[in-house]
Design a protein around this ligand. Structure first.
Ligand SMILES: Nc1ncnc2c1ncn2[C@@H]1O[C@H](COP(=O)(O)OP(=O)(O)OP(=O)(O)O)[C@@H](O)[C@H]1O
Ligand SMILES: [Zn+2]
Length: 678
């Protein structure tokens, strides 16, 4: 950062000199920001002035890192001073004009040129990409220790709780009754923002005054907007078995209400401590708390997986090798899903289509139709459901694994909790998985309060809440992958809402519902047992991870899913549109159709699944193949009366030796049935 006062200089300078050198730096490197603050209309708003440490050498940040508490207020003072200077340099032309034309300024608040003086400018330090982003200054939350107290730190995490925005007193002025010396007092964070008066007069005049009687100066209170949030380190960056730690953070002024529960944030601030609330017979502790100087939301930056060009070329080469047998190519990719589980082709296809998803769009009426698909596995014990949940979580760049009860008091959606006497909103699994995948085992064990909110969360992808004075709407653009056991012995003659404790409307939110019935099929059992005993994975994992001819590795699958989701926005061809609409009409007409399932929601599911299949096939166009495959997925979903009756139990579905030939037979069958719809 050219012109930024470096450590050696600043150690020798007095605070006043420091303010001057900071002001010179701000005018030199941030005059545009200062000018835009000047020209903003609202004179009492708090304005952030973001300073990028990355544009300066390590020494410039080092001082700020070690003495933030003393330097940051000087930096704010410098911002005000530099704003005044910018104010002057901005108005010089106007002043000269007024003088030349004898115009007298009436001293009104609005100065010439539409600028207003601003008293609240806060310098925000962005350490992104700078040497201050090293482990010592950017430790994991679980690694914060006493040695970090008082230094400028940067921590990453997900907002799990957010409190109400309040107002606190930031400063009061008093006057010594004896020597009339005026001084300001700030609240003590450690004792819950209590303002304590000094025991004796703090004046440093020639004659020391030992006055202890002070008078409050009217209208000298400076208030600040104030909000407490809590962030938790992402479980994904930790090793298995470690517990994600959390830390409360204080947001003030322009930082309040800038983040919501579920957001991924990078926060720079000063680590301090606060006495825990004094409860009877409970030892008081000093709880760490971070006083935020700058908060960056990183939700949009979530996908940190860029696909290098040589990888894209490999994918393109793979598909040109399989141009004549596309489904053979597709099945090689699918065999990389949960390779330790033998067969279950239908489940692996459904998992892939769910993770890839369709294209979100907004209808003419303005309603947003979600692009994310949801998948539910209903199966007997020991059919591999949890294996798929865990594997799917590893395939997503953001995922939360939980049970229907939820792993925190917030459950699956969101709840209001009392924390240190404060009401705060606590984010549940669906909010924490926003933009990613939420795997929910024992899905039917969901608590009542979640059953009501999960409908909105899965379809509108938002959760509106108004509890304890906290009113907000949180986003849940989350893929839901649920697993549950049937209630007692599965009865194929009964609808799913009877075989599970899940209501029709909730089941209709799932694009695919697969039932894995353990029908004790002897030859299937022998195949699976020899597979498990031989410890070999289906067709063995490719020796060379990069060789796409073998079964794909987990990291290759992750890259592929991330890449096709970002690159392709598949559009339906006329033929695929006609096939999907004919199938939908056929289902609507079928005598035993399941009303809860054959709704417009099923049509949207078909479109999403067909788009997802087009993406898996590396295409930007939804063809007949994709439409028919989407129909076959819905047909295997035991929640409707299938028109193709030989699809059989998803648990015993295996990979066909010649999938392209197998598919042509199924396609002929489906098209035959659809011909009847005219
Ligand atoms: N088709 C299969 N091939 C290989 N292993 C299998 C297959 N089906 C199940 N298993 C094995 O059976 C064990 C049980 O699987 P898992 O725990 O996923 O079952 P589940 O359906 O989640 O059971 P529950 O409903 O009780 O949680 C796992 O070790 C899994 O690898
Ligand atoms: Zn005094």
């Amino acid at each position: 950062m050219k012109g930024f006062p470096v450590a050696s200089e600043t150690h020798r300078q007095s605070p006043a000199e420091l303010v001057q050198s900071f002001a010179r730096f701000l005018i030199r490197c941030h005059s545009k920001d200062l000018r835009s603050i000047l020209l903003s209309q609202d004179p009492i708003l708090h304005y952030p002035l973001v300073v990028e440490v990355a544009r300066g050498g390590p020494s410039s940040g080092a001082l700020l890192f070690s003495h933030p508490a003393s330097l940051l207020p000087l930096f704010d003072q410098a911002a005000r001073l530099s704003r005044q200077r910018a104010l002057i340099s901005h108005f010089l032309p106007f002043f000269l004009y007024f003088i030349r034309n004898g115009v007298v300024l009436d001293g009104s608040k609005e100065l010439a040129g539409g600028a207003f003086p601003k008293d609240f400018v806060h310098v925000r330090i962005n350490v992104g990409g700078s040497p201050l982003e090293c482990p010592e200054t950017s430790p994991r939350i679980g690694r914060l220790r006493v040695k970090h107290r008082g230094i400028l730190l940067t921590v990453k995490g997900t907002v799990i709780r957010s409190g109400a925005v309040k107002m606190i007193e930031g400063e009061r002025e008093y006057m010594c009754r004896r020597c009339k010396h005026r001084f300001k007092v700030q609240p003590e964070l450690e004792s819950g923002n209590v303002i304590r008066l000094p025991t004796s007069c703090p004046s440093k005049g020639a004659k020391s005054c030992d006055g202890a009687n002070f008078q409050f100066v009217e209208n000298s209170i400076v208030c600040h907007d104030y909000q407490e949030i809590k962030i938790q380190e992402s479980a994904q960056v930790m090793g298995v078995g470690s517990i994600p730690r959390s830390i409360p953070i204080i947001l003030m002024d322009d930082l309040v209400d800038t983040v919501k529960a579920g957001d991924d944030v990078i926060t720079t601030g000063v680590l301090s401590a606060k006495w825990s609330s004094d409860l009877k017979d409970v030892r008081c502790d000093l709880d760490p708390i971070l006083l935020a100087n700058h908060v960056r939301r990183t939700n949009e930056l979530k996908s940190d997986m860029d696909t290098p060009d040589d990888m894209v070329k490999k994918f393109e080469q793979f598909w040109s090798d399989f141009s004549d047998k596309p489904l053979k190519g597709r099945n090689i990719i699918l065999q990389g899903i949960c390779p330790q589980v033998f067969g279950l082709f239908t489940v692996k296809l459904a998992v892939m289509l769910t993770l890839v998803g369709g294209v979100q769009h907004v209808e003419a009426s303005g309603t947003k139709v979600r692009g994310e698909s949801h998948l539910l596995l209903v199966g007997d014990p020991g059919t591999g459901k949890s294996q798929f949940l865990k594997f799917a979580a590893k395939l997503s760049n953001r995922s939360v694994i939980t049970t229907g009860l939820g792993s925190t008091s917030a459950g699956l959606t969101v709840t209001a909790v009392k924390d240190g006497g404060e009401w705060m909103l606590e984010a549940g699994a669906l909010v924490l998985a926003d933009g990613g995948l939420c795997c929910i085992d024992e899905f039917d064990s969901m608590r009542e309060h979640d059953r009501a909110t999960i409908h909105e969360a899965m379809e509108q992808q938002t959760i509106s809440i108004a509890k304890a004075g906290l009113v907000t709407t949180l986003s849940t653009r989350t893929i839901v992958f649920g697993a549950t056991n049937p209630k007692g012995q599965y009865d194929p003659s009964q609808p799913l809402s009877v075989n599970t404790t899940l209501s029709g409307p909730l089941l209709s939110r799932f694009d695919i519902v697969l039932v894995l019935l353990d029908t004790r099929n002897p030859e299937w059992d022998s195949v699976v047992s020899s597979h498990i005993l031989s410890e070999k994975e289906e067709q063995g994992c490719g020796k060379d991870e990069e060789d796409l001819g073998n079964v794909w590795s987990l990291s290759m699958l992750r890259r592929y899913i991330h890449y096709v989701k970002g690159r392709f926005k598949p559009v339906l061809t006329e033929e695929s549109e006609r096939i999907i609409s004919n199938y939908y009409q056929l289902q609507r007409r079928s005598a035993v159709h399941n009303a809860a399932r054959t709704t417009v929601r099923m049509l949207e599911s078909l479109i999403r699944l067909a788009q997802a299949h087009a993406r898996v096939m590396f295409r930007n166009e939804v063809t007949r193949l994709d439409a028919i495959t989407a129909i076959l997925c819905i047909e295997s979903s035991m929640t409707i009366s299938a028109i193709v009756d030989n699809l059989g139990n998803a648990l015993h579905s295996n990979f066909a030796p010649n999938p392209d030939e197998e598919y042509s037979k199924q396609e002929a069958l489906i098209l035959e049935k659809l011909r009847a719809v005219r």
